[in-house]
Design a binder for this molecule. Structure first.
Ligand SMILES: Cc1cc2nc3c(=O)[nH]c(=O)nc-3n(C[C@H](O)[C@H](O)[C@H](O)COP(=O)(O)OP(=O)(O)OC[C@H]3O[C@@H](n4cnc5c(N)ncnc54)[C@H](O)[C@@H]3O)c2cc1C
Length: 415
């Protein structure tokens, strides 16, 4: 009989680990502090818009292998929807200019040699100037490796890196930026098709995993917050929740898949990132104009990305700490103004909601990146998962699921 594994945290990292371990025949118990699974990647009913919305628009790419494999394993790969080729519409609100970036499918970037496919006002040599990011070291800044100026930077590199790193790019880790460029621009269009969970994050990436786990006999407990672990020498002996304590058997394992701050509280002395950056999303209840592209990048606006859904337009602003205390009504008006200019949506401010996730991601600086621990810990029966562990990627669903897979594989391999 395979050992039992307790997974603490039902974000996508914990769910990915749980599904993988359950597939391998382990007894799985998931313990989640809140009343719902998904963590920072979840849907909820919002009374202000009378819609079910996501806490944030989540973009993944067709080359995100771990996300796609996970979605396949829970039967929802088709729920990640996007165009057949890697195409990104952009609008520059200040210049009043629109363009369509069209990457060819293969790895050789023919598109950078074709006017009308690459970014306007750029030339092929601008793209090769990004190469230093590919061999950047982890302790280097983006701003030390590339020129953070000019049309290519402002119209492609800045939006891409700001979205991926969630920090003003020059201040970001060049090593993490290099990983993103390798997975996107360098991997070719086939790996860069933008994918969205159009029917909602919970429908596509969360609830089917919970159902699959329960159908297999795993337990998934909500409102079951881990408060402390009891450690004796090099092993976790017991897990203490609100009113109950679970004693671990000699072969039982623990996957701690909680955010960095909670992990550091549960395991004092654990080295984790300590700085976090917010993301702001706004949702407007309306019928998107028929020609709104599936994803629209906005340059020189307050808004950075616009996503159309069936009954709403949703926008993302990354590295949004400056907006955390801004008056909500004014913010909604300002954002709606950008949305109208970018999409041609008409009318006064419709029903809206603003979601500010204050600790959306760890700060992707070289200093914070150096604080990320690996999967294996000093405690023989406890491994870590989460987007903040040392995945080599910034805080992303891909990194998060990769970490859950790695934690599960360590246990499956007898660790
Ligand atoms: C607004 C926003 C937009 C984003 N956009 C993108 C995007 O476009 N693309 C992308 O790839 N990524 C994006 N991300 C990042 C992505 O959401 C995260 O990387 C990912 O969801 C993290 O998953 P996780 O499992 O590592 O952590 P979490 O989602 O934080 O999960 C941890 C879970 O542990 C639970 N927990 C905490 N403490 C305890 C405890 N003591 N006991 C039990 N349970 C506990 C929490 O409640 C939570 O459910 C975005 C994030 C946000 C917030």
């Amino acid at each position: 009989m395979k050992p039992t594994v307790h997974i603490i945290g039902a974000g996508v990292s914990g769910l990915a680990a749980a599904v993988r371990l359950s597939n391998a025949g382990f007894g799985v118990h998931v313990h989640e502090a809140t009343p719902q699974a998904g963590g920072r990647c979840r849907s909820f009913y919002d009374a202000a818009t009378d819609l079910t919305i996501d806490n944030g628009n989540h973009l993944v790419l067709s080359g995100n292998k771990h996300v796609l494999d996970y979605a396949r394993s829970i039967g929802t790969e088709a729920g990640l929807e996007g165009p057949p080729h890697a195409q990104f519409n952009f609008v520059d609100l200040r210049a009043g200019k629109r363009w369509l970036l069209q990457m060819n499918d293969g790895r050789i970037p023919f598109w950078i040699f074709q006017d009308g496919k690459r970014v306007p006002d750029t030339k092929p040599s601008d793209y090769t100037a990004m190469a230093p990011l590919l061999w950047a070291k982890n302790d280097e800044f983006v701003g030390d490796k590339i020129e953070c100026d000019g049309p290519l930077y402002q119209r492609l590199v800045q939006p891409l890196l700001l979205a991926a790193l969630n920090i003003d790019p020059p201040l970001g880790s060049a090593g993490l930026a290099g990983a993103i460029v390798r997975q996107t621009l360098l991997a070719g269009g086939r790996a860069c098709r933008p994918l969205i969970a159009r029917e909602g994050l919970s429908n596509v990436l969360v609830e089917p995993a919970v159902k699959l786990l329960r159908d297999r006999g795993a337990t998934v407990r909500f409102d079951h917050e881990l408060h402390a672990v009891d450690i004796a020498s090099d092993r976790v002996q017991s897990l203490t929740f609100g009113n109950d304590t679970i004693m671990l058997g000699p072969d039982d394992k623990v996957v701690l898949a909680v955010p960095a701050r909670q992990a550091a509280t549960i395991l004092p002395g654990l080295k984790t990132p300590t700085q976090f950056v917010s993301i702001l999303n706004a949702h407007f209840r309306c019928t998107p104009p028929a020609d709104t592209p599936p994803i629209l990048g906005v340059v020189n606006g307050l808004v950075e990305w616009i996503f159309p859904f069936r009954e709403r337009l949703s926008i993302t602003i990354s590295a949004a700490d400056r907006l955390m205390n801004a008056p909500r009504e004014q913010l909604a008006q300002d954002i709606w103004k950008d949305v109208r200019a970018a999409t041609g949506a008409q009318g006064e401010l419709p029903r809206w909601q603003i979601v500010r996730e204050r600790r959306a991601t760890f700060a992707a600086t070289p200093e914070q990146d150096a604080l990320r621990p690996g999967t294996v810990t000093a405690w023989k029966n406890l491994v870590l998962a989460g987007d903040w562990t040392a995945t080599g990627l910034p805080s992303t669903i891909e990194g998060s699921i990769q970490s859950g897979d790695k934690a599960a594989d360590h246990i499956i391999g007898g660790g």
